[in-house]
Design a protein around this ligand. Structure first.
Ligand SMILES: *[C@@H]1O[C@H](CO)[C@@H](O)[C@H](O)[C@H]1NC(C)=O
Ligand SMILES: *[C@@H]1O[C@H](CO)[C@@H](O)[C@H](O)[C@H]1NC(C)=O
Ligand SMILES: *[C@@H]1O[C@H](CO)[C@@H](O)[C@H](O)[C@H]1NC(C)=O
Ligand SMILES: *[C@@H]1O[C@H](CO)[C@@H](O)[C@H](O)[C@H]1NC(C)=O
Ligand SMILES: *[C@@H]1O[C@H](CO)[C@@H](O)[C@H](O)[C@H]1NC(C)=O
Ligand SMILES: *[C@@H]1O[C@H](CO)[C@@H](O)[C@H](O)[C@H]1NC(C)=O
Length: 410
């Protein structure tokens, strides 16, 4: 077993390339040799023991809510009516889901984020919780190229929709890299009962609605999920979340149609709605609270927890007055290429102390790396904002605990 594992590592190291546009020959060589890696773990969570995060593309809440396939699925679970993307365009939202920040990213460019930036993989490692990504159309596990096109020339896989591949702390590690797999691996992992406890699912550019529309993506979702939800191995104690990376209209509020499904949704909550304020960062915080993991000390720290989880931990979520919230811009940072590109090229510093909404403090690697430094933003707020450039400022949020109401304003 060990020698097999080592052989796999050597092959992976020898055969994969991290260039933006690898040649067809390089891709074929890697495809023939790289072994996908599918670790298994059995950590019992408070509200669910597996989380499946599926992202579709670029549709406003009202438009998505009118899609019959999506609406029918939502009726079988919990519709989250107040779930927000964090900026525009796509890539910073995917980046946010893995690391709790956008680092000022306001574009879909090629980025490689330095190894001293931590991700959810570091959180999962604290309990050896198995994770994986399933990227439809990825030519082989851990492929790092900018895109992979179908034979017809149509867009198939795009790196900008692949959260963990953006981080050197993932790509520098051959085992982590090989947990970023394609849909053939998904079906193999399903069949052999080795699905991870956290999985991120990116359908290809046709199926996720990017190059088609929400009618297409809604039907794809229904076709893909319906048999899986009937599969006990997939569904038992599993929470499936279907969401969108961002709304399509950049001058409208960036709220996205989102629902929860799966065996972890209690019967009495099927067909209900939940109007708690959530963002993409709430997913990281909820995973941490659910599995007893620490926080990244970024925007996941103050993020609200999914009610299903908050009820288990006793955490009281913030209420946010969204009247003037758009969540459609970003703030200065090293990955900014447009409006704020001249403001700052300094990597934002995360929090190194505090309990955070998940209640388990900050992950050790972050505490060690950023020791003695002051956090760049008020990461204890339930949504990102930046006073200097006025993004998401003037928004009130409050929390009622023990009969007392505390009010804050960004
Ligand atoms: C993290 O890495 C970046 C890029 O190498 C560097 O600019 C930054 O100073 C590092 N931060 C810390 C806290 O070491
Ligand atoms: C999916 O990944 C596997 C393993 O890396 C590879 O052998 C296979 O060719 C890929 N499938 C497709 C459709 O690209
Ligand atoms: C996307 O995936 C579907 C299957 O889900 C496949 O039929 C299609 O060829 C893939 N690629 C493109 C570019 O549509
Ligand atoms: C999506 O495109 C199909 C085919 O062009 C069309 O029939 C359908 O009405 C479109 N859906 C929306 C929401 O525009
Ligand atoms: C965000 O939305 C507001 C309100 O519609 C608009 O004024 C602003 O220009 C938008 N920002 C961007 C970057 O589109
Ligand atoms: C986008 O939202 C604005 C309101 O902020 C609205 O005036 C405009 O018509 C919307 N555009 C589209 C294409 O729906």
């Amino acid at each position: 077993m060990l020698s097999l594992l080592l052989a796999g590592l050597t092959l992976a190291a020898a055969q994969t390339t991290s260039v933006e546009y690898p040649t067809a020959a390089e891709i074929e060589a890697a495809r023939a040799s790289v072994l996908p890696y599918s670790p298994v773990s059995n950590v019992k969570g408070k509200a669910f023991s597996r989380f499946v995060d599926i992202w579709l593309e670029n549709v406003d809440y009202p438009t998505a809510s009118r899609d019959p396939h999506l609406a029918a699925l939502a009726k079988e679970g919990i519709l989250l009516t107040n779930y927000w993307a964090v900026t525009h365009p796509s890539e910073p939202n995917y980046c946010a889901s893995a690391s709790g920040d956008t680092f000022g990213m306001d574009n879909d460019n090629w980025h490689q984020i330095p190894a001293n930036v931590s991700t959810i993989a570091d959180l999962f490692d604290t309990k050896s919780l198995a994770w994986g990504e399933y990227q439809e159309g990825l030519p082989y596990a851990g492929y790092q190229g900018y895109e992979y096109l179908a034979a017809s020339g149509a867009n198939d896989y795009m790196r900008k929709h692949n959260p963990l591949i953006l981080f050197d702390s993932v790509t520098n590690d051959a085992l982590r890299l090989r947990q970023i797999k394609n849909f053939s691996s998904f079906y193999e992992d399903l069949e052999h009962h080795r699905l991870p406890q956290y999985m991120f699912v990116t359908p290809n550019m046709t199926d996720d609605g990017h190059d088609t529309n929400v009618t297409y993506a809604g039907k794809w979702t229904s076709d893909w999920l319906t048999p899986l939800l009937k599969n006990d191995y997939f569904s038992d104690d599993t929470l499936v979340m279907l969401t969108f990376d961002e709304a399509g209209n950049y001058t409208y509020m960036n709220k996205v149609y989102t629902f929860l499904l799966g065996g972890a949704v209690p019967d009495h909550l099927r067909g209900t709605t939940d109007d708690t304020f959530y963002t993409h960062y709430s997913v990281i915080a909820s995973l941490s609270a659910n599995f007893g993991l620490p926080s990244l000390g970024r925007w996941d720290c103050g993020a609200n927890l999914l009610s299903l989880v908050a009820e288990q931990t006793g955490y009281v979520n913030y209420e946010v007055d969204t009247t003037t919230l758009f969540s459609n811009e970003t703030y200065p940072g090293p990955l900014s290429a447009n409006e704020y590109s001249t403001y700052s090229d300094v990597w934002p510093v995360p929090l190194t102390a505090g309990e955070c909404s998940a209640g388990n403090g900050i992950v050790d690697v972050v505490k060690k790396t950023y020791k003695g430094r002051e956090a760049t933003y008020n990461y204890t707020a339930p949504f990102p904002y930046n006073a200097k450039t006025g993004n998401n400022v003037g928004v009130k949020y409050s929390r009622k605990e023990n009969g007392k109401v505390e009010v804050f304003e960004t």
